[in-house]
Structures are given as structure tokens and as C-alpha cells.
Design a protein around this ligand. Structure first.
Ligand code: 3PG
Ligand code: MG
Length: 349
């Protein structure tokens, strides 16, 4: 894999530095629901401050704002407050949500010039957004000397290990709802895995028609529910005995046990996507069993994607895996073997 040059090699003393971080955190009623991405951005910001940068200006998108009303919902203010609490330094500035400027998502050069204006260096640490060719991740990197931040490099390092020679068995676990996005990744990566375990909504689609060029393990039972509701009538059922019109909202206990046994034997693991609607406690057991097995395995285990990361954190198991990626779509595109535009725009090391 081509690696971009590191911020550690930049001469930052007395320089004004623009940092693109991915501070796109989940919000709940205007409050930050999970500040993982803000905390993950700190080492690079602190490095620049410690090395004597004259100013560090941080920018990020937040959400997918579409209209005027969204300007209130997705204002950067709560994120800025949290970042300032964590990094109380007068040289720190935080720009408003980059997506409030319509040029951002078009990779507009005019907006990139506005971002670059007044700065002498650019550092991209936004791994979670590196699959987007936007003004703040791509175009601006051609206007200032550009470097990769510490988080971006760490993500490339940890995820990159799955692209090279790995210890076997290599077990790939896929679930979640964004099925079409993920099938391409599976096609690229799955052939190199020894076992591919599929749960969640993806399993239903693959059971009907498997577009993949290799065999996969599918659930033998599910927790079937009469409707899509947290309090729906529900019970475990073999996949060929699901009552007509009912939905599988979690993998069943036999599947959880079988998947768990395979995972515990693995030496390399990549897990993306929950096994069911784990936000509802009655349908969380399958995802919990997978998370516990991934944590228990004596393996190089990487968990990527917003929902799987949330699950492993809520279960308190994040410390028991090798790497928890801050990127969802970005980690998937990287594993698909694609070069990410935000990375490609930075000169090679
Ligand atoms: C993410 O949360 O996946 C990244 O921040 C990118 O956000 P986007 O999918 O809205 O571009
Ligand atoms: Mg996304």
C-alpha cells in the first residue's frame, strides 16, 4: 500500500496549520452521544501544538445538512466545546461545519482556497472521511504542503495488515443493513478469508441469491418477530420455520453458538456490521455473542463500521480487540483494495 508522508516529518514550528479531522460524531438532542472521534483527533492536534505551531485551525463536516433548518442541528458548536475542553489552548481554532458550504461536497477549488487561506500547512487526519473527494479532504491538499495525521496513518497501518499475509484461520464477519455497499467489499476480501460468516439483513439477501464467488456461512436460526418493533411478539425459530410475514431481527441461539465457535478459533478477524437490531435489547443477544467471541479470540481482530464499533464499546469490550476503526465506509473501501482520495492527495512518504 502506498503510504502518505507523516505529520511527524513536517517542520511546523511557527507555522499556521489547517487540520482536517473527522469530528462527525453522533448527536442526541444537540448533545454528543459518543465522542470517540473527537478524542481520536487529539494526538495530532497536540503534536502540532507541542512542536510550536503558531495556530492550529481544525475543520470537519458534521452530519449531512441539506437545508437551512439543518444549520441549527449540525452547527459545529457542541463539537467545538468538547474539543476545547479536551485541548485548552489559545492557538486552537475550529471552523464551522464544512458542509454548510455547498462547494465542499463538490470538491470545489474556490472553497478549498478559502480553507487554505491564511494557512501554511495542511494535515489530513480524517480517516473516516478519506473515501470522500471533498474540498476539505482532497482539493485543499493540492494548495498547501500536505501531510497525513497520526490517526490516519494508524488506521492505514492496522487495516492494511488485513490486505497482506495474515495468520490463519482468517474469519470475516459481516452484517448490518447497507447490504449493497458491503457486498463489493466481501467479494474482494472474502476470497482471502477462510470462513465468511454473514448475519443480519445481509444474510437474508445472500440466502435468496448469493452473488459471491465463494461459500459463506449463513444463520440456521433467527429471533423472529411479528413486526419491526422493540416490543414485538418474538421467538427463536429455525430459518425454514419462520412464520409467514415475520421478520428475523437477530441471529438465533444455535447460530450464535456456531459462529462463536468458529470465531474463537480464528487468528485474524475483521468484523463489520451487527447481527441484528442490537439497539433493542431483546434483539441484541446475537451481536453480543459475536462481540464476546471476537474479544475472546487469540487473534488480530479489527472492528470497523459505526454500528459494530458502538456495539463493542457499549459492551465494554473495545479494549479486548486489536483495533477499533473510526472509519465505516472508509475502512470498507480501503479493504476493497481502493485507494482513498483523501490519502491519494497527500504526497508519498
Ligand atoms: C462517516 O461517518 O462515515 C464519515 O464521517 C463520512 O460521513 P458521510 O458518509 O456523510 O460522508
Ligand atoms: Mg457513513
Amino acid at each position: 500500500m502506498r503510504l502518505p508522508r507523516s505529520v511527524e516529518t513536517a517542520d511546523v514550528e511557527g507555522q499556521r496549520v489547517l487540520v482536517r479531522a473527522d469530528l462527525n460524531v453522533p448527536l442526541d438532542g444537540g448533545e454528543i452521544a459518543d465522542d470517540t472521534r473527537i478524542r481520536a483527533a487529539i494526538p495530532t492536534i497536540q503534536l502540532l501544538l507541542d512542536r510550536g505551531a503558531a495556530a492550529v485551525t481544525v475543520c470537519s463536516h458534521l452530519g449531512r445538512p441539506k437545508n437551512e433548518e439543518d444549520r441549527g442541528t449540525y452547527a459545529i458548536a457542541p463539537v467545538e466545546r468538547r474539543l476545547r475542553q479536551l485541548v485548552p489552548d489559545e492557538r486552537l481554532r475550529v471552523l464551522e461545519n464544512t458542509r454548510f458550504n455547498p462547494g465542499e461536497t463538490n470538491n470545489d477549488e474556490g472553497y478549498a482556497r478559502a480553507l487554505a487561506d491564511g494557512n501554511e500547512l495542511y494535515v489530513n487526519d480524517a480517516f473516516g472521511s478519506a473515501h470522500r473527494a471533498h474540498s476539505s479532504t482532497e482539493a485543499v491538499a493540492h494548495l498547501l504542503p500536505a501531510y497525513a495525521g497520526l490517526l490516519l496513518l494508524a488506521e492505514l497501518d492496522h487495516l492494511g495488515r488485513l490486505l497482506g499475509e495474515v495468520e490463519r484461520p482468517f474469519v470475516l464477519i459481516a452484517g448490518g443493513a447497507k447490504v449493497d455497499d458491503k457486498l463489493a467489499v466481501l467479494e474482494n476480501l472474502g476470497g482471502r478469508a477462510d470462513r465468511v460468516l454473514i448475519g443480519g439483513k445481509m444474510a437474508e439477501q445472500v440466502r435468496e441469491h448469493n452473488p459471491l464467488s465463494f461459500a459463506v456461512e449463513l444463520p440456521v436460526d433467527v429471533v423472529a418477530a411479528a413486526e419491526f418493533a422493540s416490543d414485538a411478539e418474538a421467538h427463536a425459530a429455525p430459518v425454514d420455520e419462520i412464520p409467514a410475514g415475520w421478520l428475523g431481527l437477530d441471529i438465533g441461539p444455535s447460530t450464535a453458538e456456531a459462529f462463536g465457535a468458529i470465531i474463537r478459533e480464528a487468528r485474524t478477524i475483521f468484523w463489520n456490521g451487527p447481527m441484528g437490531v442490537f439497539e433493542w435489547s431483546r434483539f441484541a443477544a446475537g451481536t453480543r455473542a459475536i462481540a464476546e467471541a471476537v474479544a475472546a479470540a487469540d487473534a488480530y481482530a479489527v472492528v470497523g463500521g459505526g454500528d459494530s464499533v458502538r456495539a463493542i464499546k457499549e459492551l465494554g469490550l473495545a479494549e479486548s480487540v486489536s483495533w477499533v476503526s473510526t472509519g465505516g465506509g472508509a475502512s470498507l473501501e480501503l479493504l476493497e483494495g481502493r485507494e482513498l482520495p483523501g490519502v491519494a492527495a497527500i504526497p508519498e512518504r
